[in-house]
Design a binder for this molecule. Structure first.
Ligand SMILES: [Zn+2]
Ligand SMILES: [Zn+2]
Length: 367
């Protein structure tokens, strides 16, 4: 599953604290119920999906009649099959019509509309099944899969999606949610080696409070299903398997030892998990994110010079006026294209490669 976390798509914070929910009967499927441009489903249009997500959240936060705390859905799936984290796991939705229905099921929305893009792509249907699996594994969702219109008077989720729900909510290849298509290692041996990141060891047999913290964070993010006990200070195979699930959710491929999703941390995924890298040189050397408003095309801001230092140090200077990339306070089209190259080259950011730095791009570029 390719999960795009709130930090990566640039979510605004919740207006009110979200209500915890322990478990649900299942999941209800929604659509946007408005015009969605067909161009969003183009193969090369995924860079627009994070912005589309921010638009949905903004429209919900601006809805004074509903007075939503946040985007109403637990997850939203784009035509390219990415699962965008909405309210997330163990949070009550605001989308199902009334409080009873909101407490009964999670809500997953597909990026299709009532006009324009009305037919879900195969990738989107696969992503919906990924989102359902994610809510089952990490959020204790029950087996029910229904449409918004089940039990509530609405056209949502539209006829094409509702037909898919009624037919069993299968992947386009015919497999069901939790139908054994998960990418965890089957047959391949489990990785039992250690790596050192920032002066601290990770992997099988490594010990310390930093290991406990990784385990606790995995559990908090819904990747704890392999723990029988713990998480504790010693790295076990359960830590490896849970970490592997997290890597797969980021889109990493290859579950055999020494492949990208083998369950042993790398610097980027660990940073993505924890929000910072524990160890000798902490991310406190990274200056605080100045906010998205510091990066406006054609405008100058001291933060752009800082950003340029990271681009130069990491070698992302391909786009320039022909005389080499000139660092400076002005955010130019070259700056944007070089940032986009960095985002495309960084798995944790690839779903958001539109060239404007968010907090995670800033941290990863400057750390
Ligand atoms: Zn709906
Ligand atoms: Zn997309």
């Amino acid at each position: 599953m390719r999960l795009v976390t709130r930090a990566v798509w640039g979510a605004r914070p919740s207006k009110y604290s979200l209500v915890y929910i322990g478990a649900t009967s299942g999941v209800k499927i929604h659509y946007e119920g408005a015009y969605v441009p067909k161009s969003l489903a183009a193969a090369d249009a995924h860079s627009a999906c994070a912005g589309h997500m921010r638009d949905i959240q903004a429209s919900h936060l601006a809805n004074t009649a509903e007075d939503y705390s946040d985007i109403a859905y637990n997850a939203v799936v784009c035509p390219h099959g990415y699962v965008f984290e909405g309210r997330g796991l163990h949070r009550k939705t605001g989308a199902n019509g009334n409080q009873t229905l909101n407490a009964k099921d999670y809500a997953v929305c597909a990026m299709v509309g009532s006009s324009g893009l009305v037919q879900p792509t195969d990738a989107l249907l696969g992503g919906l099944v990924d989102a359902i699996d994610w809510l089952r594994n990490g959020g204790s969702a029950g087996p029910e899969v229904l449409g918004h219109r089940d039990g509530y008077a609405t056209a949502c989720p539209g006829d094409p999606l509702y037909a898919w729900v009624r037919a069993g909510a299968h992947r386009p290849d015919g497999s069901s949610p939790q139908g054994g298509t998960s990418g965890t290692a089957s047959g391949s041996s489990i990785a039992r080696y250690q790596v050192e990141i920032n002066g601290l060891k990770y992997g099988y047999g490594a010990t310390g409070s930093h290991i406990t913290k990784v385990g606790q964070t995995l559990v908090a993010k819904g990747f704890g299903k392999h723990y029988k006990v713990g998480p504790g200070p010693e790295w076990t195979d359960a830590d490896t398997r849970n970490y592997q699930d997290f890597q797969l959710s980021l889109g990493y491929k290859g579950t055999a030892p020494h492949q990208d999703a083998d369950g042993v941390p790398g610097e980027v995924s660990l940073h993505q998990l924890l929000g910072s890298l524990p160890g000798k040189t902490t991310s406190s050397s990274v200056p605080p994110f100045p906010g998205r408003s510091a990066f406006v095309l054609g405008k100058s801001n001291p933060a752009v010079s800082t950003l340029d230092r990271g681009l130069v140090r990491k070698g992302y200077t391909r786009h320039n006026d022909g005389n080499g990339y000139q660092p400076g306070p002005r955010f130019t089209e070259y700056t944007r294209e070089n940032v986009r190259d960095f985002q495309r080259a960084t798995p944790a950011l690839a779903g958001d490669a539109y060239g404007y730095p968010g907090p995670l791009t800033w941290r990863l570029l400057l750390s």
